[in-house]
Design a protein around this ligand. Structure first.
Ligand code: 5GP
Length: 112
């Protein structure tokens, strides 16, 4: 079981900021911006490569949950960045897919 599955099961503590039937969101333990929240599906896909057409709704739920939360928090107009890392070259370290929501400062491009 991954770390994030344990967070879903409340076996590891996390600063949870949003939850619905399919999505959980909590603050990243090592924030890379003033706001750094991870949105994860409760269904445990290891990487984005496992997603199929049938999973489009859950990916949509992740994105919409993040945008709704950004608006509710008041930084949507200033802007934010969402990132999903896949496998080694993408920089993925936890093998339960997650969307990073980063905000609170101007982001750099290219991301490196
Ligand atoms: P990845 O590198 O896989 O895209 O992102 C994994 C993220 O999970 C990293 O930003 C890392 O800081 C975060 N992370 C790792 N372990 C924990 C933890 O125990 N709790 C929380 N809240 N975040 C974690």
């Amino acid at each position: 079981m991954t770390l994030f599955a344990k967070i879903i099961r409340r076996e590891i503590p996390a600063d949870i900021v949003y939850e619905d039937d399919e999505v959980l969101a909590f603050r990243d333990i090592n924030p890379q911006a003033p706001v750094h929240v991870l949105f994860i599906p409760k269904q445990p896909f290891a990487t984005m490569n496992e997603l199929t057409d049938a999973d489009a709704p859950i990916v949509g739920r992740l994105v919409i949950a993040a945008t709704k939360w950004a608006k509710a928090q008041g930084f949507a107009e200033d802007g934010y960045r969402v990132v999903m890392n896949c496998n080694r070259d993408g920089g993925q370290t936890v093998y339960h897919i997650h969307l990073h929501l980063l905000a609170g400062r101007a982001m750099h491009w290219p991301p490196g």
